[in-house]
Design a protein around this ligand. Sequence first.
Ligand code: HMG
Ligand code: MG
Length: 301
Amino acid sequence: MRRWPEFVQVKEVGPRDGLQNESKMVATADKINWINMLSETGVREIEYSSFVHPKWIPALSDAYEVGKKIKRNPNVRYSALVPNMKGLELALEAGIDGASVFMSASETHNKKNINKTIAETYPILKEVIEEAKQSGKHVTGYVSTVFDCPYEGAISTEQVMRVCDQLLALGVDDLSLGDTIGTAVPSQVVQLLESVLKRLPEEKIIMHYHDTRGMAIANIMASMELGITRFDSSIGGLGGCPYAPGAAGNVATNDVLYLLDGQGIKTGIDEKKLQEAALFIQNKLGKALPSKALAYTAAIQ
Ligand code: HMG
Ligand code: MG
């Protein structure tokens, strides 16, 4: 019988990937309270915001204030998205333990998302990664559109591997592979991961599933079968990429926790505290979040 991992590391990306696609602005004080609640759930990493251009992502234009004012739990790694040196400088001042750099395997998505070709992106990220490492920060490299691009369709495994190899050569500590528009099914996950894992150890890979078509939990199962033990998720299922039309939020942390708890896999996350934090932000946004596990537990209370 298949042995499941004993422990899975969940990175909470709700305050970044979750809020970046919300049209309703959440007040800075509410974000801070919410991140403080998330910090007490037992989750080990929180991506708390994004130091991108405020015109590109208005919902996260208060990243600096959020970073300055959140209460840091020493057991949590606080990371943020940084696109360039300007973003990194602000992030370092606001306080980060980890910098998340990002680019796409698809040329068109890269251009739409960060206004650069893939070739133009590497020298920018090189400087960011070097500086972040010199400052003693953990660096994660996100690769978006590893299965499909909203503009170009299917992306080849070779193209994904080229970008992964470059980011690793530039010095990222690990890679988060994004199903940005949530199109993949488990057979695609297996195909990609079999190639990736021939070259890279499992612990360097984080899978980042958006749940547009409800496939994320199946894809997490397929990933775990191949030895992956690190996943990004967003509380309540909040989120999406504004430069990937139609993409839904990340897989909900609440749904992932239900799966992992049921499978007897530890995460360190307290389900009740997670639910309280999910209901808090649901209330602030004034709409039901997509997580099924959250909807069920809230309904029976
Ligand atoms: P650009 O316009 O090409 O930037 O944008 P630029 O370098 O030419 O600079 C233009 C102006 O912007 C300058 O100001 C800069 O100082 C300023 P001016 O001299 O004109 O007054 N600027 C900045 N200001 C504040 N913070 C900064 C910054 N950088 C430059 N960091 C840029 C390029 C990358 C900045 C822009 O395209 C951008 O902010 N894009 C972000 C898009 C984004 O956040 N997308 C969502 C996140 S990615 C995602 O969701 C996918 C992921 O979840 C994985 C997955 O699901 O696949 C990670
Ligand atoms: Mg994402």
